[in-house]
Design a protein around this ligand. Structure first.
Ligand code: 0O2
Length: 244
């Protein structure tokens, strides 16, 4: 006999005791099965899939806008302001973690109204002034609404982190509706990206004694300063080459 029940979702995420108390384990499984409305769960999964797909569409819209700007600029000025573009979607687990961290209820309303970085795009530029030029060009477009702007280049974070962050709202046109979706845009130079990637990797190295962690944080802030100076110098060199 085939005992597989294909309509039943797996029991992931439930805490099942591993201390060999089989009666407690049986009780938990029984509770889980009794208290779970599978049709409702299925509905939520479908709703989440559809929401994530809308964010994915919004990412495509914004990415295309940057690619168009890059193309047009390269025709006019014979150079590309954009070095590369990266996009990412926040995983459902990270969305949940963020809601818990912010003490917000875990429901679809909180996800849409409170979390603005579900769809994220990172635009990596050659020079600092390209960042502001591209941000201005994006924000001038009449289907884009600025929700939030944080200039960590003019005002770097204590860690030394630099980037221009924008949260924008963009319409997406579905089969029978128009929906406005939020996208987080991070604009930074190649040097800022290099620093942020290394700092991120080092920050997550665990079990560092406190004095060493403080020393490393100070070193990283100094590296961020040096990389900012490099950005300024490279831009000056470019200006000399372009303007003679
Ligand atoms: P991921 O996967 O990179 O997106 P919050 O989002 O609530 O934690 P806030 O103030 O809303 O905080 O956002 P903030 O600090 O303006 O921007 C958060 C994102 O900026 C982070 O995303 C990083 O990508 C980047 N960031 C901010 N500070 C630093 C820093 O000191 N070092 C590095 N390497 N990156 C930084 P996430 O959520 O960490 O993840």
């Amino acid at each position: 006999m085939d005992t597989k029940n294909t309509s039943m979702p797996p029991l992931r995420g439930k805490i099942i005791p591993t201390n060999g108390d089989s009666s407690a384990m049986a009780r938990q499984i029984a509770d889980f099965l009794e208290n779970t409305d599978f049709s409702q769960m299925q509905e939520s999964v479908e709703k989440l899939k559809s929401l994530m797909s809308c964010y994915q569409c919004a990412l495509l819209e914004v990415e295309t806008k940057f690619r168009v700007l890059n193309e047009q600029f390269s025709l006019r000025h014979e150079r590309n302001p954009i070095d590369s573009i990266k996009t990412r979607m926040k995983s459902p687990e990270s969305i949940r973690e963020k809601l818990v961290r912010k003490n917000l209820p875990i429901n679809f309303h909180s996800v849409e109204s409170e979390i603005s970085d579900i769809a994220g795009i990172r635009v990596i530029c050659a020079f600092v002034d390209d960042i502001y030029m591209l941000a201005d060009c994006l924000l001038q477009q009449d289907d884009i609404t600025l929700i939030e702007r944080q200039d960590y280049i003019a005002h770097p974070k204590e860690s030394g982190y630099r980037s221009l962050h924008l949260v924008v709202e963009v319409p997406i046109f579905l089969q029978d509706e128009k929906k406005f979706m939020k996208v987080e845009v991070q604009l930074r130079t190649i040097a800022m990206e290099f620093w942020a990637n290394l700092e991120h990797k080092l920050r997550y190295k665990k079990n560092l004694p406190e004095n060493l962690a403080t020393l490393i944080a100070a070193e990283l802030t100094e590296c961020a300063e040096m990389s900012a100076q490099l950005d300024v110098k490279m831009q000056k060199v470019r200006d000399v080459i372009e303007n003679g």
